[in-house]
Design a protein around this ligand. Structure first.
Ligand SMILES: [Zn+2]
Length: 252
């Protein structure tokens, strides 16, 4: 069966004799990995089909045993993402994280659209790339159905003056409920309402509302720290290789 779908390359792996494995996030079929012999560079039709960040219409042959990428028509180029190392790192981070989060061959059209929105905004953005990445990651876990509860205590549903954020419980805890936790939970933080408000704003607004917003650096660092623990605990996503190409003062 030959199918056509919009897709974006998440990852490319060299195999043998010019055969490459390309992992695509597609609009119709979710994440699929296909073999291809399409050229990687040059002016031939199909060039760039296998490069991470390539976005276009993919023509794919699917059989029971294999999936093969036949051809590619570019739809939009995100070439400006490569013009700055931080910007590139934030793009690569999003691809890698999305790859780890999404299952094979299960359609996730909302996540696909979110990723394309993110790349489109990142492509034209000139600074504060990490604020946008932060917003993308928070929207992504929201679409995946594991957004934290930030309106009230996850245990008793009360809202008190002093609240805590528990990674394990997946949201806010009041003082009284925190005291009932017998095992010491090392992943509990005092909830700073400046931070909670930023995360709520991201959760309640479409990503394009973040196009020109920059989050205060200290708040950004704190959210990333908690978000990393959160994703490690709830998704088992620990190491993101793209962190290594970020600058030394990276909040990651
Ligand atoms: Zn409570």
């Amino acid at each position: 069966m030959i199918v056509e779908t919009e897709g974006i390359v998440l990852r490319k792996t060299e195999m043998y004799n010019n055969v490459r494995m390309v992992t695509l996030l597609t609009k119709k079929y979710g994440k699929i990995s296909c073999a291809t012999t399409l050229p990687e560079k040059g002016r031939k039709k199909g060039s760039f089909a296998v490069q991470p960040f390539s976005y276009g219409i993919y023509n794919i042959f699917k059989s029971r045993r294999s999936i093969y990428l036949n051809s590619f028509e570019p739809k939009k180029s995100f070439f400006k993402i490569g013009e700055d190392i931080e910007k590139y790192a934030c793009g690569a981070y999003a691809l890698e994280f999305t790859d780890k989060l999404t299952p094979e061959e299960e359609p996730v059209p909302e996540i696909f659209n979110l990723l394309i929105d993110y790349m489109s905004i990142l492509d034209v953005r000139s600074s504060n790339f990490k604020s946008l990445l932060l917003a993308y990651l928070i929207k992504l876990i929201q679409k995946d159905g594991i957004a934290p509860e930030l309106k009230y205590c996850v245990s008793c549903e009360k809202n008190t003056e002093k609240m805590y954020f528990s990674v394990e419980e997946g949201g806010l805890l009041c003082e009284a409920c925190k005291k009932t936790i017998i095992e010491p939970d090392t992943l509990i933080y005092v909830a700073n309402f400046g931070i909670i408000d930023v995360v709520k704003y991201i959760l309640n607004n479409p990503l394009h509302m973040m196009a020109k917003v920059a989050v205060d650096t200290e708040i950004e660092e704190n959210i990333f720290k908690v978000l990393k623990h959160y994703c490690s605990y709830h998704l088992g996503i620990d190491k993101i290789k793209s962190e290594e190409i970020m600058s030394n003062n990276s909040p990651f």
